[in-house]
Write a protein that binds this ligand. Structure first.
Ligand SMILES: [Mg+2]
Length: 302
């Protein structure tokens, strides 16, 4: 039994927002398989060992980014291989490949697989062409999308929400689909990047993910408040009315990325932190629960 009280949200007023990657689907878990596509594309030009090395480097970069991204406090850095310094070095390398993007937008696309592939190849001692990088990343996303399965407990929650005829919005980071030039610098076209992500997300409907609309983080991305404001606006347009954020529930796998801004700056009624390896549900405070079983979130509404 939970003894802490939770802010009451009525089913009849509830509006649902979901992060997608690693909340509804196991994106990180599928990335290892998907990186086979990178190896396959590289092996047309390089030896088996070189291609394997690029794949391994790519997976290490992804893993480091993921563990760094999930850090909630200073203590958590001990769980990150190499710690904060190695993570910051990687972020530096990523940033140095996006000088024009940083100038134009003030921020970089941290999760761009195009940048990961370039860095992975450089680390393997290979100088790559833009065409090779783009082809490798296309292959990666294609495999990842084809193999995606939505978490059953997430689909169960979606079915409960739909049984109450309440709206669902997906709010997702940019995939950072960048274009490399011959010098290894990257450019960003928000419309191109968003269109590719939209294709990937639409395929989720076939996997049982029902939603009213999707908001994509191109160019404004999480955790900036504009990212969430854009999502609210898309929901308001869909519903034809102004939203009261205290009726809104948002579900994500990163407190800092998905939940902190809605909770602390925007008055969302409830934020739900999904932790894949957790087998229970815990009330953190009046406006937050942490769970490994998304279907249990339904029990907290009245
Ligand atoms: Mg996520």
């Amino acid at each position: 039994m939970n003894t802490k009280t939770i802010f009451k949200i009525h089913w009849s007023e509830s509006i649902w927002f979901f992060d997608i990657d690693d909340t509804l689907i196991d994106t990180a878990g599928n990335t290892l398989n998907a990186s086979e596509g990178i190896k396959r594309v590289f092996s047309a030009k390089y030896t088996k060992d070189q291609s394997q090395l690029v794949q391994n480097n790519f997976n290490n970069i992804f893993e480091l980014m993921l563990s760094g991204y999930r850090v909630k406090d200073e203590d958590d850095w001990r769980k990150v291989k190499g710690g904060k310094e190695v993570f910051n070095n990687l972020l530096n390398d990523i940033e140095n490949s996006q000088i024009r993007i940083k100038e134009k937008y003030g921020v970089i696309k941290k999760w761009s697989r195009e940048v990961f592939v370039k860095l992975a190849a450089e680390k393997a001692g290979l100088k790559v062409t833009p065409a090779l990088v783009h082809e490798a990343v296309d292959a990666y996303w294609l495999i990842l999308t084809e193999q995606t399965i939505a978490y059953p407990h997430a689909l169960n929650l979606i079915q409960k929400i739909k049984a109450r005829s309440r709206p669902i919005y997906l709010i997702t980071s940019s995939d950072g689909r960048l274009k490399m030039d011959n010098e290894g610098q990257f450019d960003y076209d928000p419309q191109y990047s968003a269109a590719l992500k939209r294709q990937r997300i639409e395929l989720l409907r076939e996997k049982g993910v029902i939603f009213n609309a999707v908001s994509i983080g191109d160019p404004e991305d999480k955790p900036h408040q504009d990212f969430f404001e854009k999502g609210l606006k898309i929901a308001e347009n869909d519903l034809g009315s102004i939203l009261d954020t205290s009726h809104v529930i948002i579900v994500g796998d990163s407190f800092g990325g998905d939940l902190q801004t809605p909770k602390e700056k925007m008055g969302f009624g409830l934020v739900v932190l999904f932790e894949k390896d957790r087998s229970n549900t815990e009330v953190v405070d009046e406006h937050q629960i942490t769970t490994g079983i998304l279907s249990e979130v339904a029990n907290f509404l009245v």
